[in-house]
Ligand binder design. Structure first.
Ligand code: SF4
Length: 755
């Protein structure tokens, strides 16, 4: 599990030189994130004054992390690349597929039985290609990364939106789709639009009941769920330096809830302390030696308004604890106003369950402070009114907090410890009675609280708060309780107040663990067999997509003309389909089932020209494919917006779609189509969308001359024999045309590997 110190030392050895060079070509002082970005330019990337929010830049991240739900397709694709080993240090974490039901031990056994073949696959493929594997129960990806791999000044990508958690250790860490992870693991460039910069200046110091969580809950209230889109949020100021490293991680983690590309803190003493306490003294020494450069330039701090696109200032001295929700993490209510607002809105005030932990809030400090509140229940003879659960973020934390007596304290108030996994945070919570869909309130220290997220019940009102506040609220069992001012009646009828929480940020005796749950890959994996059962319905080895035959596509049929919004969720739904993320053929049965057919305004009901019948989109596509007839998909504006999931491009490719012609694309989806060897093209004249009829036959007239910057000509032959000639634009460069010709980017990598 050891981090790659040599790799990090290499990054540090020329970090300052690269920063100096970047300051020159950018022509101005740099923020901390800009220094890291510019120190990680891909070797072939030109150096110029990148424009924030405009320039597309190729980067070379230092490492990749994947969780078990997304790793399946990423690794199935990587296997296609023909590489012997990953090009950068990479890890897989088995955390999302464990259901929380009765408690850690039993739940883990059940998960291992249920997901055995997926775990076997992930472990064997990791072993073969030099990827570290963290088995089920080892912990949640982001906590494990913070404890073992994140490093100041580094850059990583991860196939999970909360990868951004590593910003707490001064790293630019960004959540991506599996196809991006494959690129980086294959040694290719990773492209990102140069982000905008939001500065958050923290003054003062947290005190009393306020916790790092309250900073991000406040920021979410200010910026809303979209406010950080396309931007890196950079925290600085004396208040930032006073926060523990794991507290910083909590704040960066929830940057995902404001849509930020990532969030980050500058390197400081608390990070150094955390590195040392997690057995990385050498790394701490190396980072300390260049600490002066692991922060924004002084001019940026002196005039933040000049160098950030937006600046927010928060005074920690006066910050109140917050509870955000229900149903959205940006609905921020200070605890002092909750009583009034909850009553006004008719939110159920009885708290049924308090849940602490998750990747967001399960540090030693979080557990210690929550335990300091929990122990008062016994000391002050209080009845704990709500159920209470704890989801540790890693085995290392769980083992250490058990050793230090905190789990015993939770046990004494009836707390239930779930496995070190995502569990209730991602709907993997078999909550008794949730199926009755009763209106109820829960409070938790996770990051997201969308409808149905925790227990599948749309009538569960979930509020997000710090672990210490969640613990106090669970004791009180009432959403209107304010521990700063209110008293509780104990079992003797006496009125008592809860004392302010307290706790160390790091264990005095150091961290301890028996089995951290890490499985190192083989030094030479060439003889390792990857286990995928041919009869599995959850996993399927990928076959190469066929190379282009060099001819014009002719006689194609329209699969669907999608009307209006068509996001990646419309193209490849999530929910119950998550189970098939590793099986391309099975998950293709959800292809475009959410898209609206422009001819009847219905979803999943399109005309098939072979038999004239209306049927589900995947069925129609399979029928055309079986008959050897190519198909095309037509779409509206911003087609493919939403997540970066590559299934939305792979499924059409698998079911015989050759081209996607739209008014405009969401950029990541357009790139994904290109990578999978599809034609992603746009109407030169958007009004031509209206000319396309349900029963058209489509011929490409000059695809055989496909070249950068050259429009493509398509002929639409209507049922009455009339024709429309439609011009299409594309953004393929020479390299991307080579992907198309090869059948996919992976085919090309594989071919190059063989040379
Ligand atoms: Fe995602 Fe929740 Fe798991 Fe964190 S604990 S990685 S937010 S599902």
């Amino acid at each position: 599990m050891t981090f790659d110190l040599d790799m990090i030392k290499k990054v540090y050895s020329d970090f300052e030189t690269r920063v100096n060079e970047a300051r020159a070509f950018m022509g101005r002082p740099l923020t901390y994130s800009e220094k890291i970005l510019c120190a990680h330019l891909f070797p072939s990337q030109g150096k110029e004054a990148f424009k924030r929010g405009e320039s597309y830049v190729d980067f070379a991240p230092d490492r990749v992390a994947m969780q078990d739900a997304t790793a399946q397709m990423a690794l199935l694709q990587f296997m296609q690349a023909g590489k012997k080993k990953v090009a950068v240090p990479s890890t897989v974490h088995a955390d999302h597929l464990i259901q929380a039901r009765v408690g850690a031990a039993k739940d883990l056994i059940e998960a291992e039985n249920k997901n055995n073949e997926v775990y076997q696959f992930l472990q064997s493929v990791s072993n073969k290609y030099g990827i570290g594997f963290w088995k089920a129960g080892a912990g949640i990806i982001h906590q494990v990364v913070l404890e073992n791999y994140a490093f100041p000044g580094g850059m990583m990508i991860g196939t999970d939106s909360h990868t951004v958690n590593a910003g707490g250790l001064g790293m630019v860490a960004i959540g991506v789709g599996g196809a991006d992870a494959v690129d980086v693991m294959a040694g290719m460039a990773w492209e990102l639009k140069f982000p905008k910069m939001i500065g958050v200046k923290l003054t003062g110091r947290l005190n009393g009941w306020t916790a790092p969580k309250d900073i991000i809950l406040k920021v979410a209230g200010i910026l809303t769920v979209k406010g950080g889109t396309g931007a890196i949020v950079e925290y600085f100021g004396e208040g930032a330096n006073s926060l523990s490293c794991t507290g910083k991680g909590t704040i960066c983690n929830m940057g995902a809830e404001i849509g930020a590309t990532t969030s980050i803190f500058e390197y400081d003493q608390n990070m150094s302390k955390y590195l040392r306490s997690t057995d990385r003294e050498d790394l701490a020494d190396a980072a300390d030696a260049i600490a002066y450069v692991l922060k924004a330039d002084p001019e940026v701090h002196a005039e933040p308004e000049k160098y950030y696109d937006q600046v927010i200032e928060i005074n920690l001295d006066t910050l109140e604890p917050y509870l955000n929700g229900p149903f959205t993490p940006d609905l921020a209510t200070p605890i002092s106003q909750m009583k009034e607002i909850a009553e006004k809105n008719g939110w159920p005030t009885k708290i049924e369950v308090g849940l602490i932990g998750s990747c967001t809030n399960s540090s030693y400090e979080d557990i210690a402070r929550a335990a300091s509140v929990a122990k008062q229940a016994k000391e002050k003879n209080l009845e704990v009114k709500a159920e209470y659960t704890i989801t540790p973020g890693s085995e290392q934390v769980r083992f250490t907090v058990e050793r230090d007596g905190f789990l015993k304290t939770f046990d004494e108030i009836g707390g239930k410890v779930f496995a070190n996994a995502c569990g209730p945070c991602i709907g993997q919570w078999a909550r008794e009675g949730a199926e009755k869909q009763e209106k109820n309130t829960i409070v938790h220290s996770f990051n997201r609280n969308f409808s149905k997220r925790a227990d599948g019940n749309p009538n569960t009102y979930a509020f997000v708060g710090s672990p210490e506040l969640v613990t106090a609220m669970a004791i009180a069992g009432d959403l209107r309780f304010n521990p700063l001012t209110d008293k509780l009646k104990n079992k003797n009828g006496e009125e008592v107040m809860l004392d302010e929480p307290s706790g160390d940020d790091l264990p005095k005796l150091g961290f301890d663990v028996d089995d951290p749950g890490y499985i190192a890959p083989a030094e030479d994996g060439s003889n390792v067999e990857v286990i995928v059962s041919p009869t599995s319905d959850r996993l399927q080895l990928l076959e190469e997509f066929p190379a282009w035959d060099g001819l014009n596509i002719t006689g194609a049929r329209l699969l669907i003309k999608a009307y209006g919004k068509c996001t990646t969720d419309h193209i490849s739904m999530a929910g119950p389909w998550l189970k098939y993320r590793g099986h391309l053929d099975n998950i293709s049965n959800n292809m475009l089932i959410g898209a609206v057919n422009a001819f009847n305004m219905e979803t999943n009901n399109v005309k098939n020209e072979l038999d004239g019948q209306y049927k589900p989109v995947p069925d129609s596509a399979r029928q055309y494919k079986a008959a050897g007839i190519p198909t095309i998909v037509v779409g509206d504006e911003n087609y493919g917006e939403g997540s970066s999931r590559e299934h939305a491009a792979m499924e059409p490719r698998h079911l015989g779609v050759r081209a996607v012609l739209v008014k405009s694309f969401a950029r990541i989806h357009e790139t994904n189509l290109k990578k999978q060897g599809m034609l992603g093209i746009t109407f030169a004249n958007k009004d031509d969308y209206d000319k396309i009829m349900e029963d058209d036959t489509i011929n490409f007239l000059d695809l055989d001359q496909f070249a950068p910057g050259k429009q493509l000509t398509l002929e639409f032959v209507h049922a009455d024999g009339t024709k429309d000639i439609i011009m299409a634009n594309h953004t393929y460069n020479a390299g991307q045309i080579a992907w198309f010709k090869a059948g996919s980017a992976l085919n090309l990598i594989k071919a190059m590997e063989k040379e």
